[in-house]
Design a protein. Structure first.
Lengths: 104, 315
């Protein structure tokens, strides 16, 4: 089995994650889509490390994991803060900056 | 654990053939796990409930850990389970419970046709990414073994050790990046603290103020002690039966007011009258409908079962 299959699987997972971010309105589910994209990238990085025969891809995947942890902490805190003020976890309800005046 | 991980690395390396192909065992593992991962990822996309979506993501992440270990990255496999599945996804579930599990997705499209455009875009992304992977020419995979590991990544027997190899690089050429990531983590922790902090708008009600409030409420008919628990009759300890006061009268306040609102509480006067009857030497059940005669019950059972003897034989 060629190692290309891992990269194709990674591409599939990345596309599904990206589609989730675009389709789903629940902020938490959209956020999980972002996590899925990061995971897909990690799979590609680990495969590249194996193809190239050095560990730098794995180190990069490790750093992606650490940054993802930090990102999740802040992102979920933002979601909780928005939920407290607006009683909603839907990305459609966060529209305070939207111009709601009638078009003149 | 590190000894376990490094021994796993020693046995797992050199899993590639001379042409850079994966071994048969790895191929079997891949073709078993890949469909599971794709189906689970589609679960994230289509699941109606957020908890189900979270479960699909957890499935994807655990199977990813398997693939990492199969790809000579046992350290990342462990980190994937501990950090991603154990910490990040549990944090997601925590926030889901905080925000409300039943907060379902709205099906109203704020932008017309956005759903189909997004699905089309995702499909296009898949075609582009897959096309790049298929058309690009890679050198034959070298794999990770003792010759490709940094010198510091080999253990005392000369076998490659994945955690040692990663440590040699992370604390070597990526030392500065590691420092920056540490600063990032501290900043993220502080940011989460600041974002979820809530200013106290009203003073906290401590024990002293609550005692004072109760004493003050005495004048308007309040009680100092907690209310009596419902159902202290010997026969009825159900929530809907009022407690009996020392004067023999039912204590109305002992029944939960929610039951009263729903109209589900038992009639206090009925039970008070029953107590009076018992005290006077009578029976408590006089006001209940008389029990059906035993003969009638047996007749009804015979009607339902055309052949009672066969049922006995079955037993």
């Amino acid at each position: 089995m060629s190692l290309m299959n891992y990269l194709l699987l990674s591409a599939v997972l990345f596309s599904v994650g990206a589609t989730t971010v675009l389709v789903r309105r629940n902020a938490i589910i959209a956020f999980m889509g972002i996590e899925m994209m990061l995971n897909a990238t990690n799979l590609a990085l680990v495969t590249f490390a194996r193809i190239n025969g050095n560990l730098h891809g794995q180190v990069l995947a490790f750093f992606v994991m650490v940054v993802a942890a930090a990102e999740v902490v802040v992102g979920l805190a933002i979601i909780v803060a928005i939920y407290r003020t607006r009683r909603s976890a839907s990305v459609d309800d966060v529209n305070l900056l939207k111009d709601v005046r009638d078009p003149a | 654990m590190s000894a376990m991980v490094s021994s796993a690395a020693a046995t797992l390396t050199a899993g590639l053939t001379s042409t850079g192909e994966a071994s048969t065992g790895e191929a079997i593992l891949f073709w078993v796990l890949a469909p599971i991962m794709v189906v689970a990822s589609l679960g994230l996309l289509f699941a109606r409930k957020a908890v189900h979506a979270a479960m699909s993501v957890i499935t994807v992440m655990i199977t990813l850990a398997f693939l990492y270990v199969a790809q000579d990255a046992p350290f990342l496999g462990v980190v994937q389970v501990v950090v991603y599945t154990g910490a990040i996804m549990m944090l997601f579930l925590f926030v889901l419970m905080l925000v409300g599990v039943d907060a379902s997705d709205s099906l109203v499209e704020t932008i017309k046709g956005q759903r189909w455009i997004a699905l089309l875009g995702g499909l296009g992304l898949l075609v582009v990414l897959g096309g790049v992977v298929v058309t690009a020419t890679f050198p034959p995979a070298r794999g990770l073994d003792a010759t490709t590991y940094p010198a510091a990544g080999l253990d005392s027997t000369g076998q490659p050790s994945n955690p040692q190899g990663l440590a040699a690089i992370v604390f070597g050429s990526y030392a500065f990046a590691l420092e920056v990531v540490g600063a990032l983590l501290v900043t993220a922790a502080l940011g989460a603290l600041v974002l979820t902090h809530r200013e106290r708008l009203i003073p906290k009600r401590d024990q002293k103020t609550r005692v004072k409030d109760r004493v003050r409420a005495l004048a308007s008919g309040g009680t100092l002690t907690p209310l009596a628990a419902p159902g202290v009759y010997a026969r009825h300890n159900a929530m809907d039966v009022p407690a009996l006061g020392p004067d023999g009268q039912p204590v109305e306040a002992s029944v939960n007011r929610v039951l009263k609102v729903r109209g589900q509480e038992a009639d206090a006067d009925l039970y008070a009258a029953r107590i009076d009857r018992v005290l006077a030497g009578g029976w408590a059940d006089e006001d209940l409908p008389a029990a059906a005669p035993v003969d009638a019950i047996e007749a009804a059972e015979t009607d339902c079962d055309p052949d009672p003897t066969s049922e006995e034989a079955d037993r």
